[in-house]
Write a protein that binds this ligand. Structure first.
Ligand SMILES: NC(=O)c1ccc[n+]([C@@H]2O[C@H](COP(=O)([O-])OP(=O)(O)OC[C@H]3O[C@@H](n4cnc5c(N)ncnc54)[C@H](OP(=O)(O)O)[C@@H]3O)[C@@H](O)[C@H]2O)c1
Length: 438
């Protein structure tokens, strides 16, 4: 018997999913053992032009003809946003339908409710496309690496910001110029806030943290910094120091005491590392399992067909295993129960730091700065001093610190901010060596 699929949304991703379901029917049938049928698709505007023309008669403006319809076994939510996507997914699960979604914002913001509803219904809730597009990172964490205690997950999870940072690295352009180029080429939205301020990647990090550690953090507890404050000077220093600047998502066990950390911020990473070579709009994830060692995955993080690849992969998986809900329950996040406790406050996390000061050229400034760092228990690994800027008369001073607690570095920066010798606010970027803990 055929398995009927309904799409909630027929936009960029929905069109790609329809294209694969329509053109690759034979291939998918061979993989599942039964045919899939695209039964219906809900949209707002029946007359809009679509990237792949919908099969005749499938469009409807009433999504509840799909969610809650007993004739449709798999509901694929590709509308985006919180409502009505949330209510539709809940209705589908309550009605015994399996759900596939690409909606990271919804799962990160309302995950508690939605994952619980999936558990209660005993139906599948699959979301491979919600993190890193075509890259099968969810399945890798949930299944391929299930035997592992995961030590860390480092990710480049947003194509827009990676495109901008790659341009700033390669061409020495300013943030504004790189953003304008990304917008011209369609890699950034007209309003890029959601991407450049780190919210999109933070949503994905919430999900990766849950998959790796079995605890679902609240979005607001995940420290997220964007890329808007980065300056070309810091890219030049990164190059000089052997680093590349990336917007790095980290879900990791603290090497000090095993607490779970989840944070997203620009970071200098070694130029020779695999993640440093991920350029343009690509995404990548490096997972370190205690038994597997390092696993590296990379590929297109967005776009019509790459995202549809992940969505249809989920449909195939659900169709193979979820025969009308009679199969044993497979927890959506790969853990039978989620642990309370969330993630630790960013103030309690440790990294090394790059700190750039612009100071007046007078004696005693370096010792005053290093004194302030010392008072907060931060030890300095390296100092670079650049000659006097002929225009401003200021001197650039770069400090690389050893690993230090976030709380302490903030106190040291607060103290030095009051120094009269500073000619501009200090810039700080975390440094991640990404090496195995000693
Ligand atoms: N685009 C990507 O590369 C990408 C990558 C990874 C994940 N995702 C995720 O995939 C999801 C879909 O993204 P997208 O880029 O395909 O979005 P999109 O192009 O804006 O498409 C959204 C679709 O949902 C329909 N829709 C929205 N609200 C509706 C409502 N109230 N009732 C009925 N239909 C409604 C729209 O109808 P109309 O067409 O009539 O307006 C449209 O067909 C989002 O959660 C996104 O985060 C996207």
């Amino acid at each position: 018997m055929e398995i009927k699929v309904g799409l909630l949304g027929y936009g960029t991703v929905g069109s790609g999913v329809a294209k694969i379901l329509t053109l690759e029917g034979e291939l998918l049938k061979e993989k599942i053992g039964r045919p899939l049928k695209l039964q219906a698709a809900a949209v707002r505007n029946l007359d809009a032009e679509r990237a792949f023309p919908p099969p005749p008669g499938i469009l409807t403006t009433d999504p509840y003809k799909i969610a809650g319809n007993p004739e449709i076994q798999v509901v694929v939510e590709l509308m985006g946003g919180i409502e009505p996507a949330r209510s539709l997914i809940l209705r589908a699960l309550e009605s015994g339908q399996h759900v596939v979604t690409a909606n990271k914002a919804l799962l990160a913001e309302k995950g508690d409710e939605i994952f619980q509803a999936a558990r209660k219904s005993g139906r599948e809730l699959a979301f491979e496309a919600a993190v890193a597009g075509a890259v099968p990172v969810i399945r890798t964490l949930k299944e391929g690496l299930a035997a592992n205690r995961v030590q860390s997950v480092f990710g480049i999870l947003n194509g827009t910001t990676n495109y901008i940072l790659s341009a700033m690295t390669q061409d020495g352009t300013s943030y504004g110029e790189a953003l304008a180029a990304a917008q011209r080429l369609g890699y950034a939205e007209a309003d890029p806030t959601f991407d450049v301020e780190g919210l999109d990647a933070a949503h994905k990090l919430v999900l990766l943290t849950a998959l790796a550690y079995g605890t679902l953090p609240k979005v607001e507890d995940v420290h997220a910094e964007g890329i808007t404050g980065l300056e070309p000077t810091d890219f030049a220093f990164a190059r000089e120091l052997g680093y590349v600047i990336k917007l790095l998502a980290t879900a990791a066990l603290s090497p000090e005491d095993g607490g779970v950390e989840a944070r997203l911020h620009p970071a200098m990473i070694p130029r020779g590392h695999l993640l440093a070579g991920v350029s343009g709009a690509m995404n990548a994830v490096m997972i370190r399992g205690h038994a597997s060692g390092d696993i590296f995955l990379s590929g297109a993080g967005a776009g019509m067909m790459p995202t549809a690849s992940a969505v249809v992969g989920d449909i195939v998986d659900v169709a193979r295993t979820g025969k009308n809900g009679s199969s044993p329950f497979r927890p959506s996040l790969g853990w039978h129960s989620l642990k309370a406790g969330g993630v630790r406050d960013v103030l309690e996390t440790r990294t090394a730091h790059y700190v750039r000061f612009s100071v007046s050229d007078r004696p005693g400034v370096l010792s005053a700065i290093s004194g302030a760092f010392g008072r907060h228990g931060i030890s300095i690994a390296r100092v670079i001093q650049k000659g006097r800027d002929p225009k401003s008369g200021a001197v650039t001073l770069v400090l690389l610190t050893h690993r230090a607690m976030e709380r302490d570095i903030r106190k040291a920066l607060e103290e030095t901010a009051a120094f009269e010798a500073l000619t501009a606010p200090a810039k700080r970027i975390r440094v991640e060596e990404l090496s195995l803990p000693e």
